[in-house]
Design a protein. Structure first.
Length: 422
């Protein structure tokens, strides 16, 4: 039997199994239960967060012959199996708008939608993925059918760029129920990955799962794809090192090394550090993003806030460095780093290594801030020392004047102040 990718094998088949999109899945489930399903939906959100998955689950629930009382599809009937497997289903059609984007394609879709569902009591569901790729003329061809839809016909448009639809044809938005999908948090992704690891009987430390979850940037599909790669490399015995190797991540110890260099202000060692990274084949853009995250975690710790995305074993090593840098200094370092990305230097400059090197040197040479209380205390100490020295000199001068001379009988010259008349 051929291997099935984790992203397909563990794709949710029920509303309740979709991670972090409860505001959408619960609304759709209740709509199915109460028979209040709309005729057109617009699913917006980043890639890999469950837009097409929920569209399929909705189609399954509407056409399931053994639908449960809570609105969930059974997942085992012939209709559910065909829809879920992507096999030919007369009443559920998935369309890739990137390759079927013209007005003729839209007219053909409109004509097909006029026919009644093949299954009595069922629905015809058209899932249009990458809907923002449709041309303005194609959207205009669909306006009429969306305004006056045939009975038991539902359109689901999925897009990562809803603003393009707004620019192309704004009236479409008023004809659809819009749902915004959120990025999935690190904890949600890690929990799902842990479930997959358990189902497959693999071993993996929680820290490795969290690394994969952070790298996925909120996309469950990306996380499952990375997990597939790691399993192929390790055979199921997953370690932090294997995940680092697949993702090209810079090890935590490297960030501790550069922090120690910045704290000690040993400017010359920055060149050696950067050269070592280059020799070991690390991606400097990846290092930059890790540096920003590390500085942010340090800033949180210096402000007595524990970062939620850092493993406990790494917290203690960061806490030591957080006590050696003021929050104001960390804030300025972060400002230097974020300005680098916002200005586009990372993307425009061909020599990213030099850009990162200059950034670290600027951080190292940056003057450290001093609290006003410490500055005032330092000034008071200096004033006290100067005052004490002056008092000592004045006292010594007075003693020298009163001290009798050992030789000579010449009377001391007395200077009289002259008086002036005004």
């Amino acid at each position: 039997m051929s291997h099935i990718a984790f992203a397909r094998k563990y794709r949710p088949r029920l509303f309740r199994d979709v991670t972090a999109q409860e505001h959408v899945s619960e609304t759709l489930r209740r709509a199915v239960t109460d028979d209040r399903v709309g005729h057109a939906y617009l699913f917006c959100g980043p890639r890999g967060v469950g837009k097409t998955t929920l569209a399929r689950v909705l189609a399954m629930a509407l056409n399931c012959g053994s639908r449960k009382s809570d609105g969930e599809p059974c997942g085992g009937c012939d209709s559910c199996s065909r829809i879920w497997g992507g096999k030919t289903a007369l009443d559920v059609v998935e369309i890739d708008a990137a390759s079927n984007r013209g007005v003729d394609d839209a007219r053909q879709l409109r004509e097909r939608a006029m026919y009644a569902p093949s299954q009595e009591g069922g629905y015809k569901v058209y899932i249009v993925d990458e809907a923002h790729m449709l041309t303005r003329e194609a959207w205009n061809a669909l306006l009429k059918i969306l305004e006056e839809p045939p009975p038991r016909v539902i359109f689901v448009f999925a897009t990562t760029e809803p603003q393009k639809i707004q620019q192309a044809v704004a009236p479409i938005l008023s004809r659809c129920q819009r749902f915004d999908f959120h990025r999935i948090g690190v904890e949600g992704i890690a929990e799902r990955l842990d479930f997959v690891i358990g189902e497959e009987s693999f071993s993996c430390p929680p820290s490795a799962l969290r690394m994969i979850a952070r790298k996925a940037d909120g996309a469950m599909r990306d996380a499952l794809s990375v997990l597939d790669q790691v399993v192929a490399l390790t055979g199921g015995e997953i370690t932090d090192q294997s995940v680092n190797r697949i993702l090209g991540l810079v090890q935590h110890e490297r960030y501790l090394d550069i922090l120690d260099i910045l704290i000690s202000r040993k400017h010359g060692k920055i060149f050696d550090f950067i050269q070592d990274l280059s020799d070991e084949g690390y991606d400097f853009v990846e290092f930059y993003h890790g540096l920003v995250e590390t500085l942010r975690n340090l800033l949180q710790l210096s402000l007595e806030s524990v970062p939620s995305n850092v493993d406990e074993e790494k917290i203690s090593s960061l806490e030591v460095r957080a006590t050696q840098l003021r929050a104001s200094d960390l804030l300025r370092m972060l400002a230097l780093a974020t300005d680098l990305e916002s200005s586009g230097s990372l993307k425009r400059n061909a020599n990213v290594q030099l850009v990162v090197e200059m950034l670290l040197l600027r951080m190292s040479y940056m003057e450290r801030t001093i609290k006003i209380e410490e500055l005032l205390g330092h000034l008071e100490t200096q004033i006290s020392e100067v005052t004490a020295e002056l008092d000592k000199e004045r006292e010594q001068a007075f003693v020298d004047v009163l001290k009798p001379k050992s030789s000579g009988t010449t009377k001391p010259h007395v200077a009289f102040r002259k008086s002036y008349s005004v």
